[in-house]
Write a protein that binds this ligand. Structure first.
Ligand code: ADP
Ligand code: ZN
Length: 512
């Protein structure tokens, strides 16, 4: 059965051709094969189930986690003449929708995952004709994903009641671990995974430690014409940054959920219409906004995960023109994030820790940022890209692997109960009342740091905390984290980047 989907693509959607992996995904669905499509935002996931839904007999059930998004998609589908409906708690026409489904008048039926648990829904489905199950935002089924929704776990038993109906799961954001979990949790064959290219070659990535965020952002804004988004972590911060950046002469706006809805809508509309505005926003901003000419996305603090970073920076340069993504981070961002992780349910902590240490690796690398990002999404990129800060001006770095090992073994030998300052004095061989009392001056690590290493000890401790080789408890006592092993036993290395701080200060002072 070789149905060619191209004529329907052209006739119904008006697109001349498929983009990227769309054709592969659509053909698998038409052939009745289970598929997981991993495609970045904007790659055109919706089409991958909408097109088979139009071509196949019966209704495609689309599971989607957010009612607001569902209604957007419904409008978009209806706009191209697809017969679609949503069945959610806020819909008043539920009886009518059920009747349309039963009489075969729907190509698409959008539902929330909690529907899947109800026997009533299963019964309804069994009385109609199904063409496909489409599971949008499929990472929600995995505890490893960044947005676990327990209701997604009910989908597999529901789908198992309809073994002849093919399944198509879609997500933009899944690392290798999460992908494997999605396949299992939704009963999809491992050969059914299709991953689209994640590279956004026109985006230049840059990441810097934060020292004076107002000045750093002002420098960025001055260097970067065109509309830009600055992501901040709190509502108050968006307003403060917007006020501070107004001094650059660019129009600025704040955007966050706490603003009066009319103000918020106006700020968004102003931004979409503008050619030079800077909008300072919480991460709520950007979802579903169609502005292809965003020239830069800045983060004033650490994003939640590499997935979130990719998605947020991905709002830059949709038109394909050169654009910039600049992240400013501080060690305190990591400390705060670790604190939040520690307060989560124990089952969720491992995944969240993994996410943080991936972010740590991205910000602390002296190597190519793009390579790290793409490897995270399962690609095999070249070692350098030529379009990120580290490729364009490789940072001066010192190999501190040996010192890191010394630090870790001092932590180990003193019984994992002391803070950075204490370990530092042990390594330097500084005798104190405490070290004498604890008998630590007899340890082989006492005074083991060379004079060249001594000034680097604090920086090494920071780097070890960042990559989760060490963890500090509430009292500052250090103990081993999962990253310790690779440094002590495996081939992991640690290099310290020499931050060009003084130079920047001088330039800042000169401009003032
Ligand atoms: P995603 O869900 O992956 O973020 P969407 O499904 O919202 O992406 O699609 C992003 C945009 O790309 C939409 O405006 C859509 O109309 C457009 N699009 C999808 N497929 C094609 C195609 N084959 N050719 C041109 N534009 C397409
Ligand atoms: Zn690079």
């Amino acid at each position: 059965m070789a149905l060619d989907p191209l004529p329907t693509l052209q006739r119904v959607f008006g697109f001349p051709d498929f983009r990227g992996v769309q054709r592969d995904v659509v053909e698998r669905a038409l052939a009745g094969q289970g598929t997981l499509a991993v495609m970045p935002t904007g790659a055109g996931k919706s089409l991958c189930y909408q097109l088979p839904a139009v071509m196949l007999e019966g209704t495609c059930v689309v599971v989607s986690p957010l009612i607001a998004l569902m209604h957007d998609q419904l409008r978009a589908a209806e706009a191209v003449g697809i017969r679609a409906a949503t069945l959610t708690s806020v819909d008043e026409n539920q009886a009518e929708t059920r009747a349309r489904f039963l009489s075969g008048e729907l190509d698409l039926l959008y539902v929330a995952p909690e529907r899947a648990s109800g026997g009533g829904f299963r019964d309804l489905l069994s009385r109609g004709k199904l063409s496909l199950f489409a599971i949008d935002e499929a990472h929600c089924v995995s505890e490893w994903g960044h947005d676990f929704r327990p209701d997604y776990r009910l989908l597999k038993p529901l789908m198992e009641a309809f073994p002849a109906v093919p399944r198509l799961a879609l997500t933009a954001t899944a690392d290798a671990h999460t992908r494997a979990d999605i396949l299992d949790q939704l009963g999809l064959p491992h050969e059914g995974m299709i991953v689209a290219g994640f590279d956004r070659p026109n985006i230049r990535y840059a990441i810097s430690p934060r020292d004076n965020i107002n000045r750093q952002l002002a420098d960025l804004v001055a260097a970067q014409a065109g509309p830009g988004i600055v992501y901040a972590q709190t509502r108050a911060a968006t307003e403060k940054l917007a006020a501070a950046l107004a001094a650059t002469g660019r129009p600025t706006r704040a955007y966050h959920a706490g603003l009066d809805p009319a103000v918020r809508a106006k700020n968004q509309a102003d931004f979409v219409a503008s050619e030079d505005m800077v909008i300072c926003a919480t991460i709520a901003f950007g979802m579903g906004i169609d502005k292809p000419d965003v020239r830069f996305v800045a983060h004033a603090g650490l994003p939640k995960s590499i997935e979130a970073y990719y998605q947020e920076t991905g709002r830059a340069g949709r038109d394909g023109d050169p654009s910039v993504a600049h992240l400013f981070w501080g060690a305190e961002d990591f400390a705060r994030a670790r604190q939040r992780v520690a307060e989560l349910d124990p089952e969720r902590q491992a995944g969240e820790r993994q996410r943080l240490s991936s972010l740590g690796a991205l910000v602390e690398t002296a190597g190519c940022r793009r390579a790290i990002l793409l490897r995270h999404f399962g690609e095999h990129p070249p070692a350098t890209c030529g379009n990120c800060d580290n490729c364009q001006s490789p940072p001066a770095s010192t190999d501190a692997t040996e010192l890191a090992r010394k630090f870790l073994s001092a932590v180990f030998r003193t019984g994992q109960g002391f803070g950075v300052g204490y370990i530092e004095s042990i390594l330097k061989g500084v005798s104190t009342e405490r070290s004498l009392m604890n008998g630590h001056e007899a340890l082989s690590v006492f005074g083991i740091a060379t004079p060249e290493e001594a000034p680097l000890i604090k920086a090494v401790a920071r780097a070890l905390l960042l990559r989760d080789a060490l963890r500090a408890n509430d009292f500052g006592a250090l103990e081993f984290g999962p990253g310790a092993r690779g440094l002590l036993k495996g081939g992991d290395t640690l290099s310290l980047i020499e931050a060009p701080k003084r130079e920047r200060r001088r330039r800042g002072a000169g401009a003032a």
